[in-house]
Design a protein around this ligand. Structure first.
Ligand SMILES: [Zn+2]
Length: 156
């Protein structure tokens, strides 16, 4: 189930769907996906951060920013990407969350003609997220048969 009644406090303006080229995968800094959602809705420390979706342990997907607006998850990359938070960092995703993530990824790759998916850590060397939350080789194959590339390492 996609939950749409939670909205990020901070996000950018509207963009045409043709701007969406890729997906950046993030992990949670700490705590549960529920705490992650609460933080994006009302960040206690006023940090201006948001994701389009967070994948919950029970398989629900919380949509915090609609795809046609910019989420603030990866600085210069925000305009052309979707920001997805996998709901955990350095711990395997819950099975239900993983299934939701894979089916949502399939849908969204087709919907926008997504050509690449990257880990946040492959863009910014200071970031360690999302870490070992799922089998990246399996995901790379899943993406490849859909004409999409998974990028896990930073370009040299
Ligand atoms: Zn991140």
């Amino acid at each position: 189930m996609i939950i749409t009644d939670k909205r990020a406090k901070f996000h950018g303006g509207v963009r045409p769907p043709t701007y969406i080229k890729g997906i950046v995968l993030h992990g949670l800094a700490s705590g549960t996906p529920e705490a992650g959602v609460r933080y994006i809705v009302e960040p206690g420390d006023g940090r201006q951060v948001s994701y389009h979706r967070i994948f919950m342990s029970n398989g629900d997907i919380t949509e915090l920013v609609p795809d046609n607006k910019l989420a603030w998850h990866c600085k210069d990359w925000n305009t052309h990407t979707l920001g997805w938070c996998l709901g955990t960092t350095n711990k395997k995703m819950a099975p239900n969350a993983l299934i939701s993530f894979m089916s949502e990824l399939d849908l969204i790759i087709k919907k926008y003609g997504i050509k690449w998916v990257r880990l946040h850590s492959s863009i910014n060397p200071k970031k360690i997220d999302p870490g070992a939350v799922l089998d990246w080789i399996m995901l790379a194959k899943f993406c490849a048969v859909r004409g999409c590339r998974l990028i896990t390492e930073r370009a040299k």
